[in-house]
Design a protein around this ligand. Structure first.
Ligand SMILES: [Zn+2]
Ligand SMILES: [Zn+2]
Length: 228
């Protein structure tokens, strides 16, 4: 009865799922577009030329060690919009599952001490009711046994959404946006979890803070990467 009144929705097209479908509808599962190999071994984006590291990563000295994304941006961006802004917290379960399915080997190689979801500023958290990155991280944790450290890192200022800025402005916008609380926890290797990797300025900025707190290697996994 409850199922008929509030059917679960496909995390990709948002249509109601049939009883036999889980996470995404069968039609969508057939048309999923993942990020294509070969990828840059640093940022995880598809390579457009020969080599191991993309042009962008050759020019920019990233603070993070390496990262991977799962879906092609064009394929998943509308769905992520609903996940973040239209109250579709329920997508988190399927997305977290896909992140582990696609990057299980990456996670196993790293053997992280924790997953760290990119924190939302409190104001935004209250408005949205959930942190989409934390939803992803908790599902990934459930499937891998890696703990989530949600409070290790905090947002120190409510930044303007990055999409309004160019690369240089993004870096300035994100400067000192994060702070590590005094918690006495020692972490060596962590995987930061977020929905979108854009220029890397968010992950680089929080990686700087994590390094100050003694974290040696910072990796990331995101649902998607802009321009893919
Ligand atoms: Zn669908
Ligand atoms: Zn790269």
């Amino acid at each position: 009865m409850i199922n008929t009144l509030y059917p679960k929705r496909c995390a990709i097209c948002d249509n109601a799922l049939l009883g036999s479908e889980k996470g995404a509808c069968d039609k969508c599962k057939e048309r999923i577009v993942y990020i294509k190999q070969p990828i840059c071994l640093k940022c995880g984006r598809p390579m457009t030329h020969e080599g191991e590291i993309c042009e962008e990563c050759t020019v920019t000295k990233h603070v993070f060690a390496a990262g991977r994304s799962v879906f092609s941006y064009d394929f998943i961006s509308e769905s992520i919009y609903r996940f973040k802004y239209l109250n579709r917290a329920e997508y988190g379960e399927y997305f977290g599952y896909e992140m582990v399915k696609a990057q299980g080997e990456f996670i196993a190689q790293i053997k992280p001490d924790a997953f760290i979801p990119v924190p939302l500023h409190k104001k935004r958290y209250v408005k949205r009711g959930y942190n989409q990155a934390a939803l992803l991280a908790y599902e990934m944790s459930r499937l891998t046994g890696v703990p989530v450290m949600e409070d290790f890192l905090k947002r120190s200022k409510d930044t303007v959404p990055q999409k309004k800025f160019n690369k240089k402005q993004r870096f300035i916008n994100m400067k000192k946006a994060f702070i590590v609380g005094k918690n006495g926890v020692k972490l060596n290797k962590v995987i930061v979890v977020d929905d979108i990797f854009t220029t890397g300025s968010t992950i680089d900025s929080l990686s700087l803070e994590l390094k100050k707190a003694g974290v040696k290697d910072i990796y990331f996994i995101t649902l998607t990467s802009a321009g893919t």
